[in-house]
Design a protein around this ligand. Structure first.
Ligand code: XUL
Ligand code: CO
Length: 434
């Protein structure tokens, strides 16, 4: 019997419904600007939080009792069954996984790989019936104790090799399942203390691994996007892929800025001292925007709490930047979000995703309306309009400090400040989000 027995596929009932198991804003077939909401938002369920996580925190272990928890391949099949049942209930979204979420660890590398292949075959069969698709796959190079001092950045070349071999098997699995992206998040690619760390060497190692991953993916004909997911800290004290700007510098250094994009997570952006929309806008400006991990952190705890999003005005500003960047192309909205550890029931898992999807849908619609209405963009363009006038364009091409100096003196330039109109613009945004 299904773990979700008794829970029916969720349908759209509109904002007025009081049915807790219905969509109030997410109507997958609603067409906005020539595309359905499902096509715009490309929702994905994260295998790790929804099916592998046991409810532990630093002070206590497992709180969840799922029938599929266990060390065998049969347990992993039961886990996949439950996952596909949830996908069907939510309306066949995308999904994302780490190798360690879907297969049991074997006694050695060969057995671990066989386990992965067995489960990938099983998932492929389930996908063949149509329905959910793979947004991205990735390798878990952070949970096992062998990675405690890093994967690609480990001082031991054998760990580097083990990590590389694992990435190969994960790219294979992602390719086999038609994944639209492959993600690399460097959970242990950072350091705890500089006292024992050769930072320059570790950075080179990380660059080399990324080059090899890109080469391998292209060699086997993987057409999807390859994405790095920035995060400033946690688990390591200082991670090398700190934020979008840092990742861009890293990609430039290794000549990969045309090959690799970013998967931006809401909570990671906040941990880095940025807003989510800042990270999205910067990635778009640099031509490396790929996909998003949607969640939220508790603003008081300063910790990566990976909660489901519930702040529509915040989400609106994120989708506003995404729409300006041309929307989610191969990317999607992956709920890298988990239940609270007291939320034990199957229905909690469903309700969490319904809430997240509704908040995103509401935010998306508001963002779309704001962009269509056009006042914000018109104000932004007007603010820079003088750059198109007179001698201004030459300032960015052939002017020198000498010629500029002469002109300032000759014309007696005395620039007058103009209002940035921030409050008016915020009021305008509130008309849409309030
Ligand atoms: C960790 C995190 C990861 C990545 C994939 O904070 O976000 O789950 O999304 O490894
Ligand atoms: Co993430």
């Amino acid at each position: 019997m299904s773990y979700f027995a008794g829970i029916h596929p969720i349908t759209y009932e509109g904002p007025e419904t009081d049915n807790p198991l219905a969509f109030r804003h997410y109507n997958p077939s609603e067409v906005i600007g020539g595309k359905t909401m499902a096509e715009h938002l490309r929702f994905a369920v994260a295998w790790w939080h929804s099916f592998a996580w046991e409810g532990g925190d630093p002070f206590g272990g497992q709180t969840f009792q799922r029938p599929w928890f266990g060390p065998t391949v049969d347990h992993a099949r039961a886990k996949a069954d439950a996952a596909f049942d949830l996908f069907a209930i939510l309306g066949q979204p995308y999904f994302c996984f780490h190798d360690a979420d879907i297969r049991p660890e074997g006694a050695d590398f060969a057995e671990t790989t066989r386990n992965l292949e067995t489960i990938v075959d099983y998932i492929a069969e389930k996908m063949a019936a149509g329905g959910p698709r793979l947004l991205w796959g990735t390798a878990n190079l952070f949970s096992h104790r062998r990675y405690m001092a890093g994967a690609a950045t480990n001082p031991d070349p054998d760990v580097f090799a083990y990590a590389g071999a694992t990435i190969k098997t994960c790219i294979d699995a992602t390719h086999r399942l038609g994944g639209e992206n492959y993600v690399l998040w460097g959970g242990r690619e950072g350091y705890e203390t500089l006292l024992n760390t050769d930072l320059a060497r570790e950075r080179q190692q990380a660059g080399r691994m990324l080059c090899m991953a890109v080469d391998y993916a292209r060699k086997i004909g993987f057409k999807g996007a390859i994405l790095i997911e920035p995060k400033p800290q946690e688990p390591t004290k200082h991670q090398y892929d700190y934020d979008v700007a840092t990742v861009y510098g890293f990609l430039k250094d290794f000549g990969l800025e045309g090959e690799v994009k970013v998967n931006i997570e809401q909570g990671h952006a906040i941990l880095a001292g940025h807003s989510f929309e800042h990270e999205i806008a910067l990635a778009a400006a640099l031509g490396i925007f790929g996909s998003i991990d949607m969640n939220r952190n508790d603003y008081q705890s300063g910790w990566d709490t990976d909660q489901f999003p519930n702040n529509t005005p915040e989400v609106t500003l994120a989708y506003y930047e995404i729409l300006k960047a041309g929307g989610l192309r191969t990317g999607g909205t992956n709920f890298d979000a988990k239940l609270r550890r007291q939320s034990l029931d199957a229905e909690d898992l469903v309700a969490a995703h319904i809430g997240g999807m509704d908040v995103c849908a509401a935010g998306f619609k508001r963002a779309y309306a704001m962009l269509q209405e056009g006042t914000l963009e018109a104000a932004r363009h007007a603010r820079y309009a003088k750059w198109g006038e007179g001698d201004a364009p030459a300032l960015l091409t052939h002017a020198t400090l000498d010629t500029i100096h002469d002109r300032v003196v000759r014309e007696g330039l005395d620039p007058q400040p103009v209002s940035g109109r921030q409050e008016r613009l915020e009021n305008l945004v509130n008309r849409f989000t309030g």
